[in-house]
Design a protein around this ligand. Structure first.
Ligand code: FES
Length: 106
């Protein structure tokens, strides 16, 4: 299974194996990784699964859809590499992906 590294805002790293087909958000929630709230359960309707995709992985994770872009406007501390982790679906090409969590999800 692809390994995803989640880095909390305080620098704590969690390396988790996430099943292909699950979202990066689901990988975090199922493994109780702090820093991703995912209030809407992955419906692209809350922006509380905001992450920063490591620069080296931006191409492979693709670009946000129009709907994701509009939800991202509700996230704090938006950066060019901001994504909603429920909209990044894990596959073998994302083995080694690194995402960082913002200071908070509100
Ligand atoms: Fe709500 Fe991602 S979990 S937008």
């Amino acid at each position: 299974m692809p390994k995803i590294t989640y880095i909390e805002h305080n620098g704590t790293e969690h390396v988790i194996e996430v099943r292909s087909g699950n979202s990066v958000m689901e990988g975090a929630v199922k493994n109780n990784i702090p820093g991703i709230d995912a209030d809407c359960g992955g419906a692209c309707a809350c922006a509380t699964c905001h992450v920063y995709v490591d620069e080296a992985w931006r191409d492979k994770t693709g670009t946000a859809s129009v709907m994701e872009e509009s939800m991202l406007d509700f996230a704090n501390e938006l950066q060019p590499n901001s994504r909603l982790s429920c909209q990044i679906i894990v596959n073998d090409d994302l083995d080694g992906l690194i995402v960082r969590m913002p200071a908070d999800q509100h």
